[in-house]
Design a protein around this ligand. Structure first.
Ligand code: FES
Length: 121
């Protein structure tokens, strides 16, 4: 794994997201109250882009149909914690955690640990 600079700190303000293409992957940067996180950029529900989703107190809200994720772990918060999954088998298949990537801030630059699988062929 190699850390790559994906943005300057001031390019992603608190509450904002930014999608960055890195090789074969698109990484979603999230600024939650000054802390940066990096997640996969597509929602588990219908594989639509999460960029532009609302960020609020550790939670990312998908702008399409409002699935919600924990920005730290990628875990699905809504609807997983609301609906009984055994009652909704179709929904169960759409509720997946998002991949997360390690983040560090160095000299006002947001760097993300990129797995080998994202590198260009
Ligand atoms: S695509 Fe994200 S909630 Fe539907």
């Amino acid at each position: 794994m190699q850390y790559v600079t994906l943005a300057k700190v001031k390019e992603v303000l608190p509450g904002q997201t930014k999608a960055v293409q890195v090789g074969q992957c698109t990484i979603l940067l999230v600024n939650d109250q000054g802390e940066f996180y990096a997640l996969q950029s597509l929602c588990g529900h219908q594989n639509l882009p999460l960029v532009g989703g609302k960020v609020w107190r550790g939670m990312l809200d998908c702008p399409w149909h409002h699935f919600q994720y924990d920005v730290r772990t990628g875990e699905n918060l809504y609807p997983k914690q609301v609906y009984p999954l055994n009652a909704l088998p179709n929904l169960r298949q759409q509720i997946k955690p998002l991949c997360t990537y390690p983040v560090r801030v160095v000299n006002e630059k947001v760097q993300v640990g990129i797995p080998e699988s994202c590198k260009p062929e």
